[in-house]
Write a protein that binds this ligand. Structure first.
Ligand code: PSU
Ligand code: MN
Length: 298
């Protein structure tokens, strides 16, 4: 059912480090043509870090782990790719559709292919003012063992509620050289992590203990955005508040809300939030490669 590229298949069978990458941020989270440029840069960053990238999507109904250059272009360029969470995968398969995978669906497919490390920008979580709109990313993080490298949950969300939900779902939240949960565009949220790790070897040790105990769920490795691109919380909060008001006025809901808010905050910050988003993605991917390399040693 899952098609794994020859490159990724070979890497997995020979114990080489592999890093999974998602495609929703390409198809729905970043503007065209920047999205394609970023997708390629993220793969190049994984290679530069000594690991093999596996970007994941559904193509013509076929879940695919490890996109070719043409396949990535198809997902990043053609409109009409569905936004797929775990529950949506059978729909795309049954209907033979193209779809981009969220954090949740990417984890589901990556785990079945045998990939242990995954990098993204910011996970989904509990929406502000919509405490019943909880991303299925949290459900998946609670049940699929994987090291998920991110800059925390997206700042457009209710971060304190998301932090509580991570605890309820039993997700181990680790801070990369920090005691604080990053806030996606900003360095800190004022919320704590469960453990601080100083390097890839410490992250690998945590993973080995997690697997030895057969602990459920993910290790969420949270990395602050690069300081030179991070936005001050007070400033970005004003833009988020205004983006949320516009979303409410336009009646935007469900899976449309996250892409809408990311776009609107990018417009209101004159593109600075987009630069922060791209910078943190590249940083997360580089750290994920280091963790994947540490996991493949020994
Ligand atoms: N990280 C980014 N940009 C994105 C996302 C993550 O830098 O667009 C995507 C991920 O695919 C995540 C999704 O799973 O946003 C969350 O969507 P929702 O809130 O609808 O669950
Ligand atoms: Mn939602």
């Amino acid at each position: 059912m899952i098609r794994i590229s020859d490159e990724v298949k070979h890497a997995l069978s020979s114990g080489q480090p592999v890093v999974a990458l998602e495609s929703t941020l390409l198809a729905h989270g970043l503007p065209h043509p920047r999205n394609l440029e970023v997708g390629r840069a993220l793969e190049a960053d994984v290679w530069a870090g000594g690991a093999v990238p596996a970007t994941i999507a559904v193509l013509g109904g076929r879940p695919t782990v490890g996109l070719t250059a043409d396949e990535m272009e198809r997902i990043a360029t053609r409109s009409g790719a569905l936004k797929l969470s775990t529950r949506d995968l059978p729909i795309a398969v049954a209907e033979g559709r193209d779809g981009a995978t969220t954090v949740a669906a990417t984890m589901w497919l990556a785990a079945r292919a045998g990939v242990r490390v995954f990098a993204t920008g910011g996970i989904g979580g509990v929406h502000r003012g919509e405490p019943r709109d909880v991303s299925a990313d949290l459900t998946e993080l609670g049940r699929t063992p994987m090291v998920v490298v991110c800059a925390g949950a997206k700042a457009i969300l209710d971060l304190p509620a998301t932090r509580e939900a991570l605890e309820t779902y039993g997700v181990l939240v680790a801070g990369w050289e920090t005691d604080e949960l990053p806030a996606f565009y900003s360095i800190g949220s004022g919320l704590g992590v469960d453990v601080r790790v100083e390097d890839a070897a410490a992250a690998a040790a945590l993973w080995r203990s997690h697997r030895a105990l057969e602990s459920p769920g993910a290790i969420l490795l949270c990395v602050p955005p690069p300081a030179e691109l991070a936005l001050p919380t007070a400033e970005v909060e004003a833009q988020i508040a205004s983006a949320l008001r516009r979303a409410a006025a336009e009646g935007i809901r469900g899976k449309e809300i996250t892409p809408f808010l990311l776009r609107e905050v990018a417009r209101l910050t004159g593109g600075r939030s987009l630069e922060a988003n791209v910078g943190l993605l590249r940083n997360n991917v580089a750290i994920a490669a280091r963790v994947a390399v540490a996991l493949s040693e020994r």
